[in-house]
Design a protein around this ligand. Sequence first.
Ligand SMILES: [Zn+2]
Length: 221
Amino acid sequence: MRLERLLATLTGDEPFPTRLLACNLADTKRRNAHLGHAVVDEDIARFDALLGEAARPGSRLARVGGDAWLVLGDEGPALVDAICTRYAETRPYRAGWRCRARSAGEDREASEVVTTSIARAARFVSAPVRSREEIGAVAERLAEAIGGAPVGELCALEGLAAPAPRWCCVARYPEVAFYCPFCRGSRFEWTDGDSGVYSGDGRCAACGAEVAFTDAGGALR
Ligand SMILES: [Zn+2]
């Protein structure tokens, strides 16, 4: 976390006690895997602009990570509502995988795809701060807690109990995950993979076929 970016915005006449609000975009990794860097870059730019427009004039704000921001000031649900109304978005989406396989010179393919939706959302957690010196420690506690907060609402750090169920930007995936097009086995010895949701090269553990899985999803118009 680049806390110094927030500290650099302080002028010394901030009133304490005040509040520190942490914001981050939800499920960025998966949106990145499904939609690509360009879409996530748009998400970041959009959120950054909305935050700048909605924050009160006296608030200090800074982007302190790839998809994380801190706001120091007297902000409450009005800020979060203003941002969420314009940031939240749900689009039709196709989610699924394709497998190309080869065994004893024969090629086969299989795929499982469902029509679903992909959403965009953010998380917001805030806590009181009594002094400039306390900002770092409070920011750390917020960063630790924010992943367990529900999306689209302002949560108080003090009031966060058990972590919320992990929010997923894709509403639904195929019920049947990876299987081998030759024997329908579902265990593989992976030799290669990247950060994609559906991605990996390897060998079927049951029949030995070479398999290559890719993401067969995409945006729907
Ligand atoms: Zn197999």
